[in-house]
Structure formats: C-alpha cells, structure tokens
Design a protein around this ligand. Sequence first.
Ligand SMILES: *Cc1c(COP(=O)(O)O)cnc(C)c1O
Length: 379
Amino acid sequence: MTPSDHPALATVAVTAGRPDRAPGAPVNPGVVLSSTYVSQGPPRPDEAMYTRYDAPTWHPFEAALGELEGGLPALVLGSGMAAVAAAFSLVPAGSRVVVPRHAYQVTLVLARDLAERAGLDVVPVDVADTDAVRAALPGAALLWVESPTNPMLEVADVPALVAAAHDAGALVAVDNTFATPLGQRPLTWGADVVVHSVTKALAGHSDVVLGAVVTRDPALRERLAAYRTTHGAIAGPWEVWLALRGLRTLALRVERAQHNAGVLAERLAAHPDVVEVRYPGLPGDPGHERAARLLTGFGSIVGVRPRGGAAAADAVVAAVRLWVPATSLGGVESMLERRRRFATESPTVPEDLLRLSVGIEDVEDLWRDLDRALRAAGA
Ligand SMILES: *Cc1c(COP(=O)(O)O)cnc(C)c1O
C-alpha cells in the first residue's frame, strides 16, 4: 500500500500495528511478559530496558490508535483517568484551566483536587456555548473539551474552540471517548492532545480498564511519556493486547451500535412514558445541527428522562432484563444507569436522567425490553 492510497479508518482499525509480513510470521502481535530486558552500558533510544519506561506489547496498539486519530503513535496508560491526569500535568501549578461544566465526573473531581493541591484556577463553562468559552479563555493555559459531553450529550464547536484557545495561548485537550476517532478527529482540527478512556468503545467488550493520549507534537508526546514513567501510570500487557483485539472490530461495532441508538432514540421520543430524550441524532436536539456538521455519526449514547422522576428512572433500571444495569459505556452489551445516583455527578444533570449505552444486540430485542420497563415504571 502506498501513502497515497489513504485507507479508510475502518481499514486502518483492522490493519495498523500488524507485525511485518514475512513467511511464517504471526499475523497478530504477541504478548511479552517481562518486566526487564537484557541491557548493559548506555541504553540505545529504541532499546527495551524496563517495562515502566516502555514495553513492546504497547506498540501495536499505540501505532493503531495514533494512526486512527491522525497523530504520532499514541501513549497507552493504565486507565482513562491516568490519561486525563497526564494531560492535566501539561500545565504548571496555578494555571487557569477552562473545563466543561458537564464532563466525565471524575475528570471534574480531579480538576477540583488540582485546584486545591496545585492552585489551578478551574473555570467551568457550557462547552456548547462558544461565546461563553471564548469569554473564559483569556489567561487560560488549558481548555479541556468533551464533545459530546458525558452525560448531557451537548455538542461543542470543537474547531472554533481550538482556534479561540490558540488565540488565547491555551493548549486544547479533547476527551474523545464518546465520539471515537471514527466520529471526529480533534487533532485534524488543531487540538493539541486527544484523551481516551480505552475502557469504552475502543476496547469495546467491558473487559479491560485502559487509557491513552495522542498528540501530533513530539515535544508534548515526550512530556506525556515522562509523566507516564515517573507517575507509574502504565498499562499491563494483557490489557493492551485485549484492547487491540477489540479495536479491530471498532468500525463494525460503532456502526451497529449507532444504528441501534438512532432507532431507539426516535422511538423513545414518541413514548408516552418519556419526558425528554437527549440524542444529537434527533432533529429537535440542541446539538443536532452541529453534530451533523462536525461528526460522522451521532454516537451510541442516549439520555432519557422517564415520566415520574428519579423514582421512575430507578424503576426502569430495576425492570430491564436484557439491558445491563451498570456504569460504563461503549461495550457490545447495552447498559443503563441513573447518573445522579452518584453524589459526584453535576447537580445540573437532571435527577431522572438515564444514560443509555446502546450495544450491538438486535434492536427489536432492546426496544421490547426498554418499552416494557418504561411502561411498568410509568404505570
Ligand atoms: C470512563 C470515562 C473516563 C475515565 O476512564 P477510565 O478508563 O474509567 O479511567 C474519562 N472520560 C470519559 C468521557 C469517560 O467516559
């Protein structure tokens, strides 16, 4: 394949990071279980030495995710939160940091912790309100973006925010967990760092916890790698191998889950026991126009507020049989939870909001189960 062939991302997900083709060579990379490597004298830069610094089993996954995001090889870390913490480490103590008011809740917990311990001036904004973000940027060292946001599914104008942040001299980090690189590629819009909870759609089978950061800037990559080494935020080889195995089917899974989510969102919006549906794919959704312009698909996460408040939402979670009542998202299995069951969830997230992570099961089976649970809860 020549560089001008520009393989589609679905192809990249299958082919990137394969071992070199040679007669008798394995098609898939192996797992190297070794904490240390034979080494003496001054180590060469590409020489494996000790697994907290670098490990061969990380490389194929890092190559694949880097290529999918349009960046340098990614850096894999022990969890999505390790990746979030690595990106926050790029700004000095006392920096002004602009964050979405709705974002992954532990990201906001970390930001508050850094405000206390490192004097970060954390400014929460509505990331869907581009003017509000612009107004918060003067003096900022970092703009943190999630889009669509967890769990409200607000859609940010990421290219406009990147331009505004760079005008203000701020770095831009985008948590691309919800959209995946198949939905949007923030580095191609100029973002400095992309962060992933690989735990979710990239690995896709609810069997590993893993994170990654991606950048196009070699100096930033070096600083992020140094953070990983000194903070010990490394991933185990089995987890990375499983994540690469999951990544191979990313396009198929995202396509199916997204289709299912679209069908369910439309039916839920017409359901007598539903007050509100949040899904960027619905024409009436506040994020619809922007999502249609910026994203290649509307994703597999749906927000639903059943009639009857938080008690009814809890009753729906208790009544489903096929859907799994659990936190997390992006797995092959459909899951749901009431987000405000967590004390750390933002108080501006409605008490009755159910976050649905739509999987790849048959959509009619998913609908029957959900419809029955909603009717039982609303009765
Ligand atoms: C789950 C999640 C994280 C944290 O990832 P872990 O792998 O659980 O540490 C960060 N951001 C978003 C958007 C997430 O959904």
